[in-house]
Structure formats: C-alpha cells, structure tokens
Design a protein around this ligand. Structure first.
Ligand SMILES: Nc1nc2c(ncn2[C@@H]2O[C@H](COP(=O)(O)OP(=O)(O)OP(=O)(O)O)[C@@H](O)[C@H]2O)c(=O)[nH]1
Ligand SMILES: [Mg+2]
Length: 335
C-alpha cells in the first residue's frame, strides 16, 4: 500500500488553533504513531504548544476497577459540564484494545451521547507497551487538547497494573470510581490508590443496588479513618454516591470538583503540583531515553551478554562486571 504523505506541521498548528476536533484527532494519531518521521513531527508540534500551555485547565484522572462504570460516569460528567458551557476532552486509555487489536467500541458507545456534542472530544486510545509507558504520549495528547481550547481534560484508565499511578502523575485530581458490593470488594482495591484518590465515587447507586451503595459508603468512611490523606482534608467529605446511568448525584460531584480545584489554584498547589510532575516526567523519561540509547549500541549489548555469561559461570562477580561495563561505556562517551 502506498504510504500517505505526511502533512506539514502548519496544517496541525492551524487546525488546533482553530479548535478543529477532526484535526485534533489527527494530531493525536500522530502523537501515538511509532513511525519515526511522524514522531519527530509530533514532538515539534507538542513543543510548539507546550510553551503556550494555558494554566486555567483541569486535568482529571478517572480510575477504578473494570466495569465500575468509569465511561458511563464520564459521559454523565461530561454532559453536565457541557450544559454549563464548558468544553471537555476525554482520553480513554483502553488496555483491552491491545488484546483485541483496537476494539474500542465499548468506550465509544458508552460515551456516545457525549461524543456527539460539539463542545466534547472523545478519544479512546490503545494502551500500547512502548518505551516510556502510556503516560508519555497521553501527556502529549493533553497538551494538544488544551491547545485546542479544551479546559477540562478527563483521562480514563482501568485500575490495573501501574496505570492508575501513572495517570495521577499527569493529572490535577484523581477520582476513584467503585461499584456497590460487599466490603470485601472495596478491600480488593489497592491501598495505594485509596491513599492517592482525591474523590471517591460509589457508582450504580440505583434500583436494587442503592442500599448496597449506602453500605459501601459506610464501609469506605470507616476505612478512610485509617488512611493517611493525600490532602489533609477529611476524606469523608470526598465520598459520593451517584448513578451515572440515571444522572443522579452528578451535580454534587461536579460542584465538589470545582471547589477543590479552586482551592488548589488559590493556594498555588495546582501550579506547584504541575511543576513537580514536569520534573518527575523529565527525570523518568531522560533515564529511559539514556537506557534506550545504550542498549541500542550493538557493542554494549554484546558486552552485557558476555558479562551475564561470566556471572552465571562464576568467572566474574556482579560488581566487577558492572565496573567493566561502566569502564567501557565511559571510554565510548569520551571517544
Ligand atoms: N445500574 C447502573 N449501571 C451502570 C451505571 N454506570 C454504568 N453502568 C453499567 O455498568 C457497565 C459497565 O459500565 P462502563 O461505563 O463501561 O464501565 P467502565 O468502568 O468504563 O468499564 P471498563 O472501561 O471496561 O473498565 C455497563 O453495562 C453500564 O451500563 C449506573 O450508574 N447504574
Ligand atoms: Mg470504560
């Protein structure tokens, strides 16, 4: 198949500045591409907009167990924000799309209503396992969405593996979505995420599940007493019940999010958090880039394999093998 010509950067810049959702989608595809020429173009594009990034945006991470209703909740939350004349972009990182090679219909359909609205942009992305993890490109996509005038950026991740921790590093607030169930279900949620979440939402508080949801809230309030908070605020104020399907309880959550964000802005914490995130991101990605560069050097790869052999055959100790590797690396750097 003939390769399509790559569009010039001016096409993307203009499209994004004009808040064109179609071109924003194309630009995110560029960011997600592994094609080297497209990667370079994507970097230039993100770099162009990074220096002009607006400060008045909200980056909201939505995480929780599979099937808890994250997408349905985002659909309801998004419609609520749009009804208040706000623009919202959703980046849904979908781990299942790796297995099914891009079957992301589920998320698209659950957020179908929202994606039809002019002030909304819904983008499901496969969670591919490239170097740098999922948040590297998600972060770039956030920059582009903000440049295209979206001031509310919502990132959906399923609470498996490290994704929920990674997503917290690129967002201002984290909402944990849970579904009613016994206390055992709640205990199954990793402690780390419990400590990290800013807002807890027990979804599906409707019909026969309502009483279970109320019990779950009670259980959560009890368990919160023993957790150190991310912020020193009382966690009980941050626990909500809602039905995303029937749009009940959503308004209270939106108001609460806005109050928390306002506080973060006023006390300078939002900006401070973002600065810290930038530095953390830089350090992590620089380390990864350096390792990637080193292990792309055939001689060093060979040397590493030889040293592994030496260690296994007890010909050399681990520390000595490291000394030798560093010695060869240093001489290569000064070449
Ligand atoms: N009764 C009820 N069902 C809900 C509610 N919210 C979501 N559901 C249902 O729960 C199922 C899962 O919803 P999703 O929104 O896809 O959940 P999710 O957490 O995004 O799922 P994954 O992305 O696959 O982890 C669907 O069948 C929804 O219709 C709710 O408030 N009440
Ligand atoms: Mg989902």
């Amino acid at each position: 198949m003939k390769q399509r010509r790559i569009k010039p950067i001016s096409y993307y810049i203009k499209g994004i500045q004009e808040e064109n959702r179609f071109i924003l989608g194309e630009a995110i595809t560029l960011v997600e591409s592994d094609h080297s020429e497209k990667r370079l173009l994507a970097r230039d594009l993100v770099d162009y907009f990074s220096t002009k990034a607006p400060k008045n945006s909200l980056r909201l991470a939505i995480t929780g167990p599979p099937g808890a209703g994250k997408s349905t909740f985002i659909n309801a939350l998004g419609k609520n924000l749009v009804s208040k004349d706000q623009k919202i972009a959703v980046l849904a990182i979908d781990p299942s799309s790796v297995k099914t090679k891009g079957s992301i219909l589920g998320d698209k359909t659950r957020m179908y209503d929202l994606s039809l609205l002019e002030k909304a942009f819904v983008r499901p992305s496969p969670n591919s396992s490239y170097l740098g993890g999922v948040n590297r490109r998600t972060k770039e996509s956030i920059t582009l969405c903000e440049a295209a005038g979206f001031r509310n950026i919502i990132i959906e991740t399923v609470g498996v593996g490290q994704s929920e921790f990674e997503v917290a590093d690129i967002s201002d607030l984290t909402i944990l979505i849970m579904q009613p169930g016994s206390g055992d279900d709640l205990q199954g949620i990793k402690r780390g995420i419990m400590e990290m979440a800013d807002i807890f939402v027990i979804n599906k508080a409707d019909a026969e599940q309502k009483s279970m949801a109320i019990q779950a809230r009670q259980f959560l309030m009890e368990s919160q007493k023993y957790l150190p908070g991310k912020n020193s605020s009382t966690k009980a104020d941050n626990i909500f019940l809602c039905s995303s399907l029937h749009h009940t309880g959503i308004d209270e959550i939106v108001n609460h999010i806005q109050t928390l964000v306002q506080k973060l802005i006023e006390n300078g914490q939002l900006e401070k958090n973002r600065d810290e995130q930038e530095l953390k991101w830089f350090a992590k990605n620089l380390d990864e880039a350096i390792l990637h560069k080193i292990y792309n050097e055939p001689n060093l790869v060979k040397l590493k394999e030889e040293l592994v052999g030496h260690i296994v055959s007890r010909k050399r100790s681990g520390p000595k093998a490291i000394d030798l590797f560093i010695h060869v690396l240093s001489s290569k750097l000064t070449e």
